[in-house]
Design a protein around this ligand. Structure first.
Ligand SMILES: C[C@@H](N)C(=O)N[C@H](C)C(=O)O
Ligand SMILES: [Zn+2]
Length: 206
């Protein structure tokens, strides 16, 4: 396999983490399955993977589970994002994912051309709780994953107190295991210090 020796499949370390890779299917801001995602697997560099398992244990002790949308992201997926971003005529996902921003402003702040995800220490995630039927459901964070909008910025004032508390709970659980949040996106965390700083991996997730 092409997976680097120091990368782990997080589900192999913690079976109860909820993994729902957002770019595997078509329900994402691109509006199509993204290049490089062939399986619903969360790979991370092992320091980040082991730290995430600790966060999961702390979350479970409080009645929550982690709910993951993205982990290691192949460079070819980022290249796919850049092709999508350059096609200004395609605004088919605007209403759902960037209703208040022009498409040509997304790269840089909300979508990176060189992403920490491709270096293996970055994860997009939220907290989930079990409903009456025992199914895990993401809790209300005031804006959905990949809503590219100021409301998704850390500290956004336009959300309720309860939503702010949910974001703060996620941030403090993640911080306890060494993950730092990204100010533009409440769901995006990078383990510190990232092991790879210059390398952008490109193996297919399968
Ligand atoms: C696209 C979004 N989920 C994300 O991860 N954004 C940051 C900026 C990134 O692309 O690294
Ligand atoms: Zn991210």
């Amino acid at each position: 396999s092409d997976v680097p020796a120091d990368f782990n499949d997080v589900s192999q370390l913690s079976a109860d983490i909820q993994v729902h890779m957002a770019y595997l299917g078509g329900n994402n801001f691109v509006g199509a399955p993204v290049d490089g995602y062939k399986a619903n697997k969360c790979y991370l560099q092992q320091n980040a993977a082991k730290a995430l398992v600790k966060v999961q244990q702390a979350a479970m002790a409080n009645g929550y589970s982690l709910w993951i949308w993205d982990c290691y992201r192949p460079q070819r997926a980022v290249d796919h994002f850049m092709r999508w971003a350059a096609d200004l005529a395609d605004t088919s996902t605007k209403a759902e994912f960037y209703p208040n921003l022009a498409k040509d402003t997304l790269v840089g702040g909300y979508i990176a051309e060189k992403s920490g995800h491709s270096r293996g220490s970055t994860v997009d995630l939220t907290l989930a709780r079990q409903n009456a039927s025992g199914q895990w459901q993401p809790i209300d964070m005031g804006s959905p994953f990949d809503l590219f909008d100021p409301i998704s910025n850390v500290g956004a004032a336009s959300i309720t107190k309860r939503q702010q508390e949910h974001r703060q709970l996620l941030e403090s659980l993640m911080l306890s295991a060494g993950f730092k949040v990204y100010n533009m996106e409440w769901w995006h965390f990078t383990h510190q210090p990232p092991v790879y700083t210059e390398q952008y991996f490109d193996f297919v997730i399968q």
